[in-house]
Design a protein around this ligand. Structure first.
Ligand code: CUA
Length: 159
């Protein structure tokens, strides 16, 4: 088959770019531990606050294996609770959901990042190594108060 010289160059260029994309995705997965949360658990959005799985919103729950569970609920246009305190260096399991529309959940400067879809519980576990004050933002457009929807995560020195 006779392929034009320039066409051949651009075919190779496209191939190299795709290989670079795949390499970057692979690197962020391995080096930064970034991966899509893959937890599928359903919940009735209108009854979140009556659901036993969200009976400890605002409390720090210590699980038998040493993991700390944080339950948070997103609603237009706030997170409940708006402030969470967790220790550094311990696995923290976030259990999150929404009572209304799709919200986002991003803890800036960390690998904690998920979508909160009504009807589903989002769950992920992460470890915060650096104590400090972290901003939690909603990064899915959810309505006219989207830009004010934020929370605060305080990572404390382990006791
Ligand atoms: Cu909630 Cu944007």
């Amino acid at each position: 088959m006779n392929i034009h010289f320039y066409e051949r160059i651009w075919m190779w260029a496209a191939g190299v770019i795709i290989a670079m994309f795949i390499a970057v995705i692979g690197m962020t997965t391995v080096v930064y531990g970034l991966h899509p949360p893959s937890h599928v658990e359903t919940i009735e959005p209108s009854k979140v606050f009556a659901d036993p799985r969200f009976s400890k919103v605002g409390q720090v729950v210590e699980l038998p294996d040493g993991t700390i569970e944080v339950q948070m609920v997103a609603l237009m246009f706030a997170f409940a609770p708006s402030e969470v305190r967790v220790p550094a260096g311990r696995p923290i399991r976030f259990r999150l959901t929404s009572t209304d529309v799709t919200h986002g959940f991003l803890i800036t400067g960390t690998n904690a990042n998920t979508m909160l879809v009504p009807g589903y519980i989002s769950q992920f576990t992460t470890v915060f190594t650096k104590p400090g004050d972290y901003l939690i933002v909603c990064h899915e457009f959810c309505g006219n108060g989207h830009h004010v929807m934020s929370g605060r995560l305080i990572v404390e020195e382990p006791k």
